[in-house]
Design a protein around this ligand. Structure first.
Ligand SMILES: [Zn+2]
Ligand SMILES: [Zn+2]
Ligand SMILES: [Zn+2]
Length: 135
């Protein structure tokens, strides 16, 4: 799975304000996932917290980014690959380094079992360990 082949130009619904563009570029150019706290700390001088939350929610809805919960219990964001406003295909696990906190998408797919009498909205697998730098 090639994580770099995303067409960020194709954004039919979201209005590309400067804030939207900044957040998209930040997530797109980052090799690992970014926590919502990190984004807030980075941009609190140019956009407020609620704007950041609102934009991230929209980007996720549009299939541009996906979110998941890290070890800190916070939401983390990473770019999507071939997702759309109709469906996310992010069935990969995430890996978080316990030492430096780095969190990234793994390029393997996991199969989520179908469960009788249940509808699955999302599933997340977080693998915890040491990254290549901390090993
Ligand atoms: Zn997605
Ligand atoms: Zn590490
Ligand atoms: Zn991911």
């Amino acid at each position: 799975m090639q994580l770099d082949s995303i067409n960020f130009e194709f954004m039919p619904i979201i209005r590309k304000t400067k804030s939207v563009q900044i957040l998209i570029n930040t997530i797109k150019e980052s090799s690992s996932a970014i926590s919502v706290t990190d984004l807030i700390n980075r941009y609190n001088e140019i956009m407020n917290k609620s704007t950041i939350y609102r934009i991230l929610e929209k980007l996720e809805h549009e299939g541009i980014v996906h979110s998941f919960i890290g070890l800190d219990g916070l939401k983390w964001y990473a770019k999507c690959n071939n997702c759309s406003s109709k469906i996310h295909f992010d069935t990969h696990p995430h890996f978080q380094c316990q030492q430096c906190g780095k969190l990234d998408c793994l390029s393997t797919n996991i199969s989520i079992p179908s469960i009788p009498n249940r509808k699955i909205d999302f599933a997340q697998v977080l693998i915890v360990g040491k990254c290549e730098k901390c090993l």
